[in-house]
Design a protein around this ligand. Structure first.
Ligand code: PMV
Length: 359
């Protein structure tokens, strides 16, 4: 599909008012997206586990209006959030040609996250995908004959991507690929697709416990971070390594080789941070406790032969990944050995999930 395929045909009657709600999950990348070009197009392909418990619930209500401005209000947990308005305004500008009704309505966006606001967990993937889904559900109701599910999912991901790149991977699950990759026929830079290769049972209900190491505001926005990949001395090498890692992961997902899974996933996390440490300006998002946790995971693996591993987002929190079969043992380890390195001992237990749901 190409961009033009997402420009809708003229609508049948536009409703005067209404409301629609979606719950959309966060996701955790195994092969990372870091670096983009054009309109939110990734420099390399990425793959993520869709999460289950970490999600955003958004209710979008709309009322027909006159005038040609964008009009909307945003509420987070019931409180008006003018801080979100610039991001939503630029999202509306980017998606307007694909949702040509946006200037015809006054919108009220009421949103809440299942995870604490100040947890340091990025809410852009779940938040932007939930909003994209609500807007597309509106379009579905205005479209003669509705929208087929497959087209709906692709366009929802396409729109979410224009809000936040990683949001394109939050529509479906449990494994979503975003970005052109020669080994995945359906893959595209325009939207995320459910990974349709063979997946070994070792990866069923894969666990992700998120250790909240630092709950502060992000030191570096992801927009700034992505931009630092332009003129980065190691950028081209990084993009090709990411694509090679995705090729490796496709084979690993099929054969269930957890040791090789660990190698790819941990190396990806460290490469993401290595890119930040070697950009100009450079920065370090890991905290001392991030490193302490990583070392303890490595020590635990050595003594127990466990297949637990870690990955990182663009922050200090650690995602602890492990097979469902190790759930009890690893949770005991996390509670006794890793939780003391989290802010107030806090962590969130999650696992791979199946994507967004209409409420
Ligand atoms: O979606 P953005 O623009 O906030 O980028 C986030 C990228 C990472 O989370 C650091 C990696 C990824 O692939 O999710």
């Amino acid at each position: 599909m190409i961009e033009q395929d997402f420009i809708p045909k003229p609508y049948k009657e536009l409703p005067n008012n209404g409301a629609v709600s979606y719950q959309s999950p966060s996701n955790i990348a195994l092969v990372k997206y870091w670096g983009k070009h054009g309109e939110q197009l990734p420099e390399n392909a990425s793959i993520s586990f869709t999460l289950s418990n970490c999600n955003t619930q958004t209710e979008l209500s709309f009322e027909a209006k006159s005038g040609t401005e964008f009009e909307f209000e945003v509420y987070l947990d019931g409180n008006k959030e003018i801080g979100f308005e610039p991001k939503i305004r630029s999202f509306f500008e980017r998606v307007e040609q694909y949702l040509p009704f946006l200037r015809k309505y006054m919108f009220v966006i009421k949103t809440s996250n299942s995870f604490p606001h100040s947890s340091g967990i990025a809410s852009s993937a779940s938040g932007m995908s939930a909003l994209a889904l609500c807007l597309l559900e509106m379009e579905r109701s205005m479209t003669e004959g509705g929208l087929a599910d497959d087209y709906f999912n692709k366009k929802a991901s396409f729109l979410a991507r224009l809000g936040s790149g990683s949001a394109s991977r939050s529509i479906e699950g449990p494994l979503v690929v975003w970005g052109n990759h020669p080994d995945i026929a359906e893959s595209t830079n325009l939207y995320g697709v459910n990974f349709d290769g063979a997946v070994h049972e070792n990866f069923t209900n894969y666990q992700d416990t998120i250790l909240l190491v630092d709950k502060g505001e992000k030191q570096v926005s992801s927009t700034v971070g992505h931009n630092l990949m332009h003129n980065h001395p190691y950028a081209q090498q990084r993009f090709s390594t990411a694509n090679e890692n995705l090729s490796k992961l496709i084979a690993i997902l099929e054969n269930g080789d957890l040791s090789s899974f660990i190698e790819v996933v941990e190396s990806e996390a460290l490469q993401l941070h290595a890119m930040m440490m070697s950009s100009m300006p450079y920065f370090i998002l890991m905290k001392p406790n991030t490193l302490e946790i990583i070392n303890r995971i490595w020590a635990y693996r050595k003594t127990t032969k466990s297949k637990v591993c870690f990955t990182l987002d663009a922050g200090a929190n650690v995602h602890v990944l492990y097979p469902n079969s190790e759930k009890d043992a690893v949770l005991t380890f996390i509670e006794s050995e890793l939780a003391p390195f989290c802010k107030n001992g806090e962590f969130i237990s999650d696992q791979a999930g199946f994507g967004a749901i209409k409420l």
